[in-house]
Design a binder for this molecule. Structure first.
Ligand code: AMP
Length: 215
């Protein structure tokens, strides 16, 4: 299956996408993670993308489309994938549809995760991440065992993403409203959309997501 997780920053696309993909043996394709990885390796793509990311703005469509087109052709994605963070604009959605069609494939379902803005700001500003495995913790609701290191990598200090500052979070939410939220209607019109509430426990959301994806 080819699944898209849509939703504002902080709604849980990464956490839920990782679990869904792991359960089903699908690839998790997180464009934010791919870009952060490119930044940490100081590649030309990473250096270019960082300028937009640090300001909460989107990386240009052609860059993102090329990246995802290649990634979805890798062996682990051929049996199915979950896209987290792509598409984020209508041109990205059109390109995704076109390149899947070229391969005789199509999207199976698009799940829109929802949560109120206050909850998103609260979550993002308390978000801490393991730089090794990218596991995400929440200082208030889901801290690591000692609050400073990753449970799975006890030597590794958790860090906050550069774009999880209050000002950048606000900009990212505005960018989501303006450039990405039109995709909800776009996919609803195509009969592909399922909506899942992203609040509640991780298990509740996972259960609702599994039900929405079916199969
Ligand atoms: P995320 O981890 O999904 O919140 O993404 C972090 C940042 O990476 C975003 O704020 C954008 O700057 C950039 N980014 C990730 N995915 C995309 C995309 N599909 N299109 C444009 N920019 C993206």
């Amino acid at each position: 299956m080819q699944v898209v997780l849509l939703g504002p920053p902080g709604v849980g696309k990464g956490t839920q996408g990782r679990r869904l993909a792991g359960d089903r043996g699908w690839a998790l394709i997180s464009t934010g993670e791919m870009l952060r990885d490119a930044i940490s390796r100081a590649t030309p793509l990473g250096m270019e993308a960082k300028k937009q990311m640090d300001h909460g703005l989107l990386v240009p469509d052609d860059v993102m489309i090329g990246l995802v087109r290649e990634r979805t052709l890798e062996a682990d994605a051929l049996g199915g994938f979950v896209l987290d963070g792509f598409p984020r604009t209508v041109p990205q959605a059109d390109a995704l549809e076109a390149f899947l069609q070229e391969r005789g494939r199509k999207l199976s379902v698009v799940v829109a995760l929802t949560a109120p803005d206050e909850e998103l700001v609260r979550r993002l500003s308390a978000r801490w991440e393991c730089p090794v495995c990218r596991r995400v913790y929440n200082a208030m609701s889901a801290p690591s065992k000692d609050g400073r290191h990753c449970d799975d990598h006890p030597e590794t200090l958790l860090h906050q993403r550069d774009d999880d500052t209050v000002q950048t979070v606000k900009r990212r939410l505005e960018v989501y409203q303006k450039q990405t939220s039109p995709l909800v209607d776009h996919y609803r019109k195509r009969g592909l959309l399922k909506e899942v509430t992203g609040t509640g426990t991780l298990d509740d959301v996972h259960g609702a997501l599994v039900a929405a994806v079916g199969g």
